[in-house]
Design a protein around this ligand. Structure first.
Ligand SMILES: *Cc1c(COP(=O)(O)O)cnc(C)c1O
Length: 459
């Protein structure tokens, strides 16, 4: 059969030049950044795969929305458009706008969690767990064991292990569990989906015990695509229908709009219960802004309402988005580089623990690999391992995640296939010379969310 290529369902209308740097320049930049890719200047980066958060390219229709934003302080028309889009696409009648995802997590945690509560979740996300603990809760991981095994090819590594959840309910009692925090397309597991069957069973179990299900629906679109690909009965449904069904098995959600929603800033909390919405709005005015803007400009809400509709307008967008991630992943597999399988929705996760098996976890293998790749080509990834996991709030001990990963997150609609070729060639080259890479140690360790600002030096 002759090869039939696929290409992106968009063409380029405006370009942004990027800098190509020398190795000597990158050596200096890396030292100045304390070997932390978060502290690099973007001017020193060639291909930026630090995050897919807020780095998407908006469409011409979304940019036009910026001009049409209604900047009224109260009762903005653009807020109304946002509410309509959220209800149409996610199905929740109450929308609470926030400046980004963590703003929504803060408000939701403060409204629902009491000190001493347990909050089960399918693996933690950094800011989500922070806000749950900040509100006095205790995060309990109830994800399936396969999520912690980089080589497991389980199709739904984001699933909640219902036996683990039941054991927690038996141990602490349902009244000490305000909600289950269920993340779609689990970021920290490598962008791995939940199945619809698991979501349905989770909601049924929780409903029996009077426990709410709150989604982190930040990546519901990417999750929907995997359900369409992998779960029997969904192959002929559109991602639009699947996203709506995902949300139907929940009482509400927090969303960082900097991901699926295709905007550079924004987020929201959305719920069905007007009483929870009322409590959230009462806090919103203190922490984010009035209930009709919550930290976003009117133009941001206008672009966001368009982005929410655009992401599900046809399946072509998400097919190309995840197709590009898979393209990069398959190049790395071809080069022998160990990565998390199946390839996830928003990026490729290199198994740094396996690549740098000569570096102990206390010397931050994923951080060291990320620095080595930057040095080789100016490609910026990020650490997702022991540095990101942080310390236990009560004991002060390091959390010891089983996964020690370098994340290469792909911004949506920003880079071409040739950029992916350059990235793969660099990583394969670094992989060949892996024995020369040394571990790192802290020269500065911040007290919370340390991965953002920590500084290191080679041991
Ligand atoms: C990015 C992200 C968040 C936090 O959102 P921000 O907009 O960065 O505050 C929460 N959950 C998931 C799954 C995310 O990917």
């Amino acid at each position: 059969m002759t090869r039939r290529s696929w290409a992106e369902p968009w063409k380029i209308k405006m370009v942004e030049p990027i800098t190509m740097t020398t190795r000597a320049h990158r050596e200096q930049a890396l030292q100045a950044a304390g070997y932390n890719s978060f502290l690099l200047q973007s001017d020193d980066v060639y291909i930026d795969l630090l995050t897919d958060s807020g780095t998407s390219a908006m469409s011409d229709h979304m940019w036009a929305g910026l001009m049409e934003g209604d900047e009224a302080y109260a009762g903005s028309r653009s807020f109304r458009h946002l509410c309509e889009a959220v209800e149409e696409v996610y199905g929740y009648p109450e929308t609470i706008p926030t400046h980004q995802g963590r703003g929504a997590e803060h408000i939701m945690s403060q409204v629902l969690i009491s000190p001493g509560d347990s909050v089960p979740g399918n693996m933690y996300f950094t800011t989500t767990r922070f806000h749950q603990e900040y509100a006095g809760g205790r995060f309990v991981d109830v994800i399936v064991d396969e999520a912690h095994q980089p080589s497991s090819t389980h199709p739904f590594k984001g699933n909640v292990d219902l036996a683990k959840l039941q054991a927690l309910i038996d141990e602490v009692g349902a009244d000490k569990i305000p909600y289950v925090s269920a993340e779609t397309n689990v970021n920290m597991a490598g962008g791995q989906p939940m199945s619809m069957a698991n979501l349905r069973d989770l909601y049924a179990l929780c409903s029996r015990h009077g426990i709410l299900v709150m989604l982190d629906a930040t990546r519901a679109l990417e999750n929907a695509w995997f359900i369409k690909q992998r779960e029997p009965g969904y192959e002929n449904k559109s991602v639009r229908e699947i996203v709506l069904e995902i949300c139907s098995y929940s009482d509400g959600a927090t969303v960082s709009s900097k991901k699926d929603n295709l905007v550079n800033i924004g987020g929201f909390m959305a719920v069905r219960d007007p009483e929870i919405a009322r409590k959230a709005r009462a806090l919103l005015v203190a922490f984010e802004g009035l209930q009709t803007y919550g930290g976003m400009a009117g133009r941001d809400m206008e672009a966001l309402s368009r982005g929410i509709r655009e992401m599900v307008a046809s399946d072509d967008h998400v097919r190309a988005r995840i197709g590009q991630v898979e393209y990069l992943g398959n190049l790395l597999i071809g080069g022998g580089v160990p990565i998390v399988l199946p390839i996830g929705g928003h990026g490729v996760f290199v198994d740094a623990g396996a690549v740098l098996s000569h570096i102990p976890q206390d010397e931050f293998p994923a951080q060291a690999l990320t620095a080595a790749v930057y040095l080789d080509s100016g490609v910026r990834g990020m650490e997702r391992g022991i540095v990101s996991a942080g310390r236990d709030a009560t004991t002060g001990e390091n959390h010891r995640p089983k996964l020690e990963l370098m994340r290469l997150a792909i911004p949506r609609r920003v880079y071409t296939q040739s950029h992916m070729d350059v990235v793969a060639e660099s990583i394969i080259e670094v992989y060949r010379q892996r024995e020369q890479i040394r571990g790192l140690r802290f020269t500065y360790e911040p007290p919370a969310l340390r991965f953002f600002q920590a500084r290191f030096e080679p041991v």
